[in-house]
Design a protein around this ligand. Structure first.
Ligand code: HPA
Length: 284
C-alpha cells in the first residue's frame, strides 16, 4: 500500500515526525506559518534559517504542485522564532485529510501554539479585486459536508476533544491585531468568509453564483483542514487569503481562471503580504 492511501496517523507516528524535525534545528519555534501558492518568497527573509526538505521527514506529505517549494524553513523572522511551511499538500493530490494535516499536529508537538495560514483564493465578493488581501473571518468547510473531515476516524485525545467547537476558528485577538497592523501600515485589507473546495477543478460560474448566495467571500482548495486540526489541538489561528483572481459569473465570458494567473498575481501581492505578516509577527 502506498503511503498516500493510509487514512490515519497514530500519535506515535506523529511523534516520530516531530522528533525528526526537532533533531534538524536548534531553534524552538512558537509560531507556525503555512505559505500558499506563490507565497514562498516570505521564507527567504528568515535568517538564520535551517531547511528541512519534506522528502526527508517521516510521514510528511510532499506537494508536487508548481509554486510550492516543499521544505520547512525554521528560524528568525521579525524577531520571532518561526517554523514556515514553504508549500503545502492538498486533498486533490490524493492525500487523505489526515495526511495533509499531519504537519499541523507535528507543529503542536514541537510546541507551536499559534498558526498563521495563508493561501491563494478566488474573490467572490464583488467588492474584491485581484491583488487584494483578505483577513479570514470564518470559513465554510464545503468538503466536510461530504464527510471528508480531517478529524474523522478515531479521536486522538492527546490533541483534543472528539467534538471540538469551531465558533471562533480564527482567533479574535489575532484578527484584531491584523486589522490594527494593516491600518498602521496603510495596507487595505478585506475581510470575509473563506470556503474550501476539494479541487483541482476551478469553479463553474453556476457554482460561483451559488457560493455567493450562501455568503462566501473567497474560495480556494486548502486551509480549512489545517485550521480544523489546529483548533482541535487548541492552537490560535490567523488566516489571510491573497485574492489572486476574481471569480467568473458568466459561462459565456471570454475570461478564464488559470493556475498561471494565480501564481502571477500571487507574486504581485507578496511584498504587501510580507510587510503585513512581519508587522503582525513583531507585535504578536
Ligand atoms: N478557485 C479555487 N481556488 C483558487 C482560486 C479560485 O478561483 N484562486 C486561487 N485558488
Amino acid at each position: 500500500m502506498s503511503v498516500t492511501t493510509k487514512p490515519f496517523f497514530s500519535y506515535e507516528k506523529i511523534t516520530a515526525t516531530a522528533d525528526y524535525i526537532r533533531q534538524q534545528t536548534s531553534h524552538q519555534p512558537k509560531i507556525g506559518l503555512i505559505l500558499g501558492s506563490g507565497l514562498s518568497p516570505l521564507a527567504e527573509e528568515i535568517e538564520p534559517a535551517d531547511y528541512v526538505p519534506y522528502d526527508d521527514i517521516p510521514n510528511f506529505p510532499v506537494s508536487g504542485v508548481v509554486g510550492h517549494a516543499g521544505r520547512l524553513v525554521i528560524g528568525e523572522l521579525a524577531g520571532k522564532t518561526v517554523l514556515v511551511m514553504q508549500g503545502r499538500s492538498h486533498f486533490y493530490e490524493g492525500y487523505s485529510m489526515q495526511h495533509i494535516t499531519l504537519p499541523v499536529r507535528a507543529m503542536k508537538l514541537l510546541g507551536i501554539e499559534t498558526l498563521v495560514v495563508t493561501n491563494a483564493a478566488g474573490g467572490i465578493n464583488s467588492n474584491f479585486t485581484a491583488g487584494d488581501l483578505m483577513l479570514i473571518n470564518d470559513h465554510i468547510n464545503m468538503v466536510g459536508f461530504g464527510g471528508s473531515n480531517p478529524l474523522s476516524g478515531p479521536n486522538l485525545a492527546e490533541f483534543g476533544p472528539r467534538f471540538p467547537s469551531m465558533t471562533r476558528a480564527y482567533d479574535r485577538d489575532l484578527k484584531a491585531l491584523a486589522r490594527r497592523v494593516a491600518t498602521e501600515q496603510d495596507i487595505t485589507i478585506q475581510e470575509g468568509v473563506y470556503m474550501s473546495l476539494g479541487g483541482p477543478t476551478f469553479e463553474t460560474p453556476a457554482e460561483i453564483r451559488f457560493f455567493e448566495t450562501i455568503g462566501v467571500d473567497a474560495v480556494g482548495m486548502s486551509t480549512v483542514p489545517e485550521v480544523i486540526v489546529a483548533n482541535h489541538a487548541g492552537m490560535r489561528v490567523l488566516g489571510i487569503s491573497s485574492i489572486t483572481n476574481v471569480a467568473i459569473r458568466n459561462p459565456d465570458s471570454d475570461e478564464e481562471t488559470t493556475h498561471q494567473e494565480v501564481l502571477d498575481t500571487g507574486k504581485i501581492i507578496v511584498p504587501k503580504l510580507i510587510k503585513l505578516l512581519k508587522g503582525i509577527l513583531t507585535e504578536i
